[in-house]
Design a protein around this ligand. Structure first.
Ligand SMILES: [Zn+2]
Length: 144
């Protein structure tokens, strides 16, 4: 499983699941949104423990990875538009274009994580010949 096994643009948020760098059994649920003129973000473990790296106006490495993967999957322009970034600069990491006040929001990660688990159940289905429409977001590289 990749470092960012799951990322999607939904409900005005870039959200997904990021593997822990140090503990393969742990994942982080990370999200960034644009709400009322502010970029909000959050990061916590699947057990809803807040990530120590995401606080104040500081984005942790999981959010870095999430945004980078979103750009890889959806393209820089689309992600920048989705987050209503005013002056995007594709030459730099997307995080540097988050010009609005960037603050840690409080939001339960459980709904994002349960979506992830539901997608995972598709992977345990017998191999089907028809594509599963809901899995369009899933990276095919490296999946066996
Ligand atoms: Zn984090």
């Amino acid at each position: 499983m990749g470092k960012v096994p799951y990322v999607e643009l939904v409900d005005g948020k870039v959200q997904g699941v990021v593997s822990s760098g140090s503990d393969i059994a742990r994942v982080y649920v990370s999200w960034v949104s644009f709400t009322d003129g502010e970029h909000l973000f959050g990061c916590s473990t699947n057990n809803n423990r807040p990530c120590g790296g995401a606080a104040g106006n500081h984005l942790c490495k999981h959010l870095d990875s999430l945004l980078a993967e979103a750009v890889t999957m959806y393209g820089y322009d689309r992600v920048a538009r989705y987050l209503k970034i005013e002056s995007p600069n594709p030459d730099t990491h997307l995080r540097f274009s988050l010009t609005a006040p960037c603050i840690a929001g409080s939001r339960s990660a459980s709904s994002i994580f349960s979506r992830f688990l539901r997608y995972l159940t598709y992977l345990e289905q017998p191999v089907a010949t028809a594509p599963v429409p809901e899995l369009h977001w899933f990276p095919t590289v490296g999946v066996k």
